[in-house]
Design a protein around this ligand. Structure first.
Ligand code: ZN
Length: 510
């Protein structure tokens, strides 16, 4: 795929049940092997005690012949009772694998949207299901030994890494309830669902190449198997072979090896088949589902919107007195999903809390610095606004601008770096895990390359700007390089001391 010019998608907007597009949708649902799901809603700006109303559901259908068609189902126009059963059946159809990116949230909102229009009890499950975050985890685990932090990457980051395409996030918070949708909105919406299929295809290729799902792992292409995924995709000749591999060939490959004992049928398949007009899954998908399949189940607690997502209860591990730091922080942070964020905490640290920025990076939290050494207040505000960051400062004067970015400025009270770190973790209820420690460049806030470098590679990469001490040469260390500033890091004594320090500071071992 050309990253600059992604392939044109066959996209159909469905805005009434009395239209050829709707007929096309219903027939495609029965011919799909995989359906990638995504939903859009108008973000609730205020601290609303209800769930947002979903106004668009995107379904990217991969059909039996491997062609893909994307439907933009306009929930603001189509009478919901007329599509409720159709969707509910698709969500639970055991013949069709559903893909999503943290789709549980979407399902909660969808369910509430449908319930409010008489389709009670909305939706309560999606099964069989695979989440892109899990797929990404599987890909990472196989790729290098270092554990990657769970669920910390946005879909945009995953797309960039695995597919080399940039998803524009600008439109995510646009008004999805306005009609007609702009062409940009339609393209964005279609891409967001379609890229899930593309990511699954990367996974599919990997699984097949490595023989993960067969008895005796055959290694047809050892040279490729040992490459990191990114390299596989970057090498054009290989790329053409693997990425364009047809599904039927993939199935043949699995069939060609001994699979007789290993197929687990999805629960209830035999009974259900008579009532459905879809084709049962082929062997490959069945195996993927039986090995990696998940489901989304909504409980009673998911059906009621809470006034606040923040819990009143603090983790006992952090020794702050309750209420103390909550006085000037009332609403959800800009990354909160309920206000249209992507769920990833992001900060902008004023120059006065530079040390805090480094500490936050050390525990894996996205903490940017201002663009200039002496930024104007307005610059800081604009920066925070643009990147949906919370501005951390010790400068009380900056709080005068609070009206410009509600809930996006926080004045740090503690004076010492370690305490400031704890204060921020606690105030914003951030989850820090050991996996996340040292997962970010302390110098520039960048992320690290996907694969460690050997000493030789590191020496080569460091040429001209960073000296690697000679004493490291015979230690067989792994080196990590920042993708943004190229700084090299290695897992030496300093690294281990730092990890230990942050385990202590964040009280991760208690
Ligand atoms: Zn860096």
């Amino acid at each position: 795929m050309d990253p600059q010019n992604p392939m044109p998608l066959k996209t159909h907007s469905v805005s009434s049940t009395d239209s050829p597009e709707f007929t096309h949708l219903t027939s495609s649902l029965t011919r799909s092997t995989i359906i990638a799901l995504d939903a859009e809603w108008k973000p609730l700006r205020s601290h609303h005690p209800t769930y947002p109303t979903v106004s668009l559901l995107q379904l990217a259908c991969q059909l039996g012949d491997d062609s893909v068609v994307v439907f933009l189902l306009d929930l603001a126009s189509v009478p919901l009772p007329s599509i409720w059963v159709l969707l509910r059946d698709a969500f639970v159809n055991p013949d069709v694998l559903k893909l999503g990116f943290r789709f549980k949230q979407d399902l909660v909102y969808l369910s509430s949207t449908f319930s409010s229009q008489g389709c009670d009890p909305g939706f309560d499950r999606v099964e069989p299901y695979l989440d892109i975050t899990s797929i990404y985890q599987h890909l990472q685990q196989k790729q290098h030994g270092k554990k990657t932090p769970k669920e910390t990457k946005s879909l945009a980051t995953i797309c960039k890494e695995l597919l080399g395409i940039s998803l524009s996030k600008e439109l995510q918070c646009s008004d999805w309830s306005c009609r007609p949708l702009t062409e940009e909105q339609k393209t964005y919406a279609a891409m967001d669902a379609h890229c899930l299929l593309e990511i699954f295809n990367v996974f599919r290729v990997k699984v097949i190449k490595e023989g993960i799902l067969v008895h005796s792992p055959s290694e047809p292409h050892p040279a490729i198997v040992n490459l990191g995924l990114k390299q596989v995709l970057e090498k054009l000749d290989i790329c053409n072979k693997v990425v364009r591999m047809k599904f039927c060939e993939a199935v043949d490959m699995v069939r060609a090896t001994d699979v007789s004992n290993d197929i687990t049928t999805v629960e209830g398949t035999a009974i259900m088949t008579q009532h459905r007009n879809t084709q049962p899954m082929d062997e490959f998908l069945l195996k993927v589902v039986s090995r990696y399949g998940e489901k989304i189940l909504l409980g009673e607690s998911d059906k009621k919107a809470k006034a606040s997502k923040r819990k009143g209860k603090r983790r006992s591990s952090v020794g702050f007195k309750q209420g103390h730091y909550f006085d000037d922080w009332k609403g959800p942070a800009p990354w909160d999903l309920t206000v249209g964020g992507d769920g990833h905490p992001k900060f902008l640290c004023d120059v006065m809390v530079e040390g805090l920025a480094k500490h936050l990076r050390c525990v894996g939290i996205d903490a940017a610095s201002p663009y200039s050494k002496k930024p104007e207040s307005r610059e800081l505000i604009d920066h925070a606004n643009r990147e949906k960051r919370v501005l951390l400062t010790r400068d009380a004067k900056l709080l005068r601008y609070e009206y410009l970015i509600k809930n996006q400025i926080y004045r740090v009270k503690s004076l010492l770096k370690n305490e400031q770190l704890l204060e921020v973790i606690e105030t914003f209820q951030l989850k820090v895990s050991e996996d996340q420690l040292m997962s970010r460049c302390t110098r520039c806030n960048g992320r690290f390359i996907q694969k460690p470098l050997t000493t030789e590679e590191a020496v080569e990469a460091a040429k001209g700007f960073q000296r690697i001490p000679n004493c490291l040469f015979d230690k067989n260390l792994q080196f990590w390089q920042c993708m943004d500033c190229n700084q090299l890091y290695w897992e030496g004594t300093q690294y281990h001391n730092a990890v230990q320090k942050f385990i202590d500071v964040c009280k991760l071992n208690e």
